[in-house]
Design a protein around this ligand. Structure first.
Ligand code: SAM
Length: 196
């Protein structure tokens, strides 16, 4: 199978890695949710050799992610697992979770299921890093994010850019506290939550 490709992943993988270096400095395993093409998984596994990177996604994405993993031949990169946040998760315990560009694609009940799952699998002091576009109190951080949100909601009225406040409240219900909010290029953010 030819490998799927996302230019956005190429553009954002290095800025994200610069945050993950610190955020995941003392974890030995990361479960990625919604790995998409698999480009992030390869880049982060290659550059964070002290940990095991476990990609996952819905079934239709698995062959593409596996193609990237097979080509990369990295000892610390696992083959992708099927994981739909609304179903039973195949991983029951992890010290860290990473996810990029997922909560604005998922409908809100899926986002709720996502955080419920995080509360169940993250160990005490476990770390969750969430990358993507976010609003503050319903306000867009850029015109391009406002346009992107309109595009998302026309395609699926249940999707859309989330308010940081709503995410933080959901996280609190799962026992997660926001520890850092990093400003990232292209009007994105990287939110770091810690359990406990
Ligand atoms: C915009 S893509 C982002 C992919 C990749 N993380 C990136 O940044 O390029 C959204 C991802 O969310 C995943 N996703 C959507 N609904 C999901 C669900 N219910 N459970 C798990 N993943 C889901 C999709 O399969 C897709 O991989």
């Amino acid at each position: 199978m030819s490998k799927p490709f996302s230019q956005a992943c190429e553009n954002n993988k290095q800025p994200i890695l610069s945050v993950l270096h610190d955020a995941f400095a003392s974890v030995d395993y990361v479960l990625e949710i919604g790995s998409g093409t698999g480009q992030h998984a390869v880049h982060f596994a290659a550059n964070l050799p002290h940990l095991i990177w476990q990609p996952s996604d819905q079934r239709e994405y698995l062959d593409g992610i596996a193609a990237w993993c097979d080509d990369a031949r990295l000892e610390n990169l696992r083959r992708p697992l099927e994981l739909d946040v609304c179903a039973t998760w195949p991983v029951t315990r992890t010290p860290a979770v990473f996810s990029a560009n997922t909560v604005h694609i998922m409908q809100w009940p899926m986002v709720e299921a996502f955080f419920e799952g995080l509360g169940a699998v993250l160990t005490e002091e476990g770390v969750f890093c969430l990358y993507g576009p976010f609003n503050f109190q319903g306000r867009y951080t850029s015109d391009s994010n406002a346009q992107f949100d309109r595009f998302l909601r026309e395609r699926d009225p249940g999707s859309g850019i989330r308010d940081i406040e709503a995410i933080v409240e959901l996280a609190a219900g799962a026992g997660l506290v926001l520890r850092a909010d990093h400003t990232m290029p292209a009007n994105n953010r990287l939110l770091k939550f810690v359990r406990g």
